[in-house]
Write a protein that binds this ligand. Structure first.
Ligand code: HEM
Length: 147
């Protein structure tokens, strides 16, 4: 898949994840699934754990997409330092965010950790947004240079 579309897909999935996270938080569902990484009834959740399980599944998908975007940026011959830095920072933030998510559950929604979870989510979104903008710019420059 072309880098710009991979980056765009990553941003859309990440945005959905932040939306679901906001719902989990506002609906008070943060501790409905008390285990990590799976909920008590295993890989396929019952209705009871569905929203939290969805947040985790979309988080795992986001993690894979963010890392794939970084790899695609690092090996792209037209990529400049900026996109390499933003996509690498996004990977650092996504891994931090997944570890923090587990700690948020383990420490029973400690307020400081939940606030940090939101803060890193915003930093992660900023890096993915910049990566997407840089990726579209690179593709435009390479099309222009061919014509
Ligand atoms: C890329 C990874 C992730 C992102 C971007 C993300 C993002 C978010 C966001 C934006 C919120 C809403 C925060 C708020 O409104 O205060 C949230 C809530 C939450 N997230 Fe994540 N999340 C990620 C991964 C995870 C993982 C792996 C877990 C682990 C199970 C997790 C557990 C939670 C919990 C329990 C809440 C609700 C906290 C509460 O009840 O206040 N998150 N997440």
């Amino acid at each position: 898949m072309a880098l710009q579309y991979l980056a765009l897909a990553t941003m859309i999935v990440l945005y959905s994840l932040m939306f679901i996270g906001g719902y989990v938080s506002a609906a008070g569902l943060g501790l409905t699934c008390p285990d990590w990484p799976l909920c008590p009834d295993g890989i396929f959740p019952s209705e009871e754990y569905l929203i939290e399980w969805t947040h985790r599944l979309v988080a795992a998908t986001t993690g894979a997409l963010v890392v794939a975007t970084m790899v695609a940026s690092l090996i792209n011959k037209n990529a400049d330092l900026k996109i390499k830095v933003t996509s690498s920072l996004a990977s650092v933030f996504v891994i931090t965010q997944i570890v923090l998510g587990a700690m948020v559950i383990d420490l029973k929604l400690h307020a400081v950790l939940v606030a940090i979870h939101l803060g890193i989510g915003i930093l992660l979104f900023s890096m993915v947004l910049l990566t997407t903008l840089f990726a579209f710019r690179i593709s435009k420059i390479s099309i222009d240079s061919k014509s």
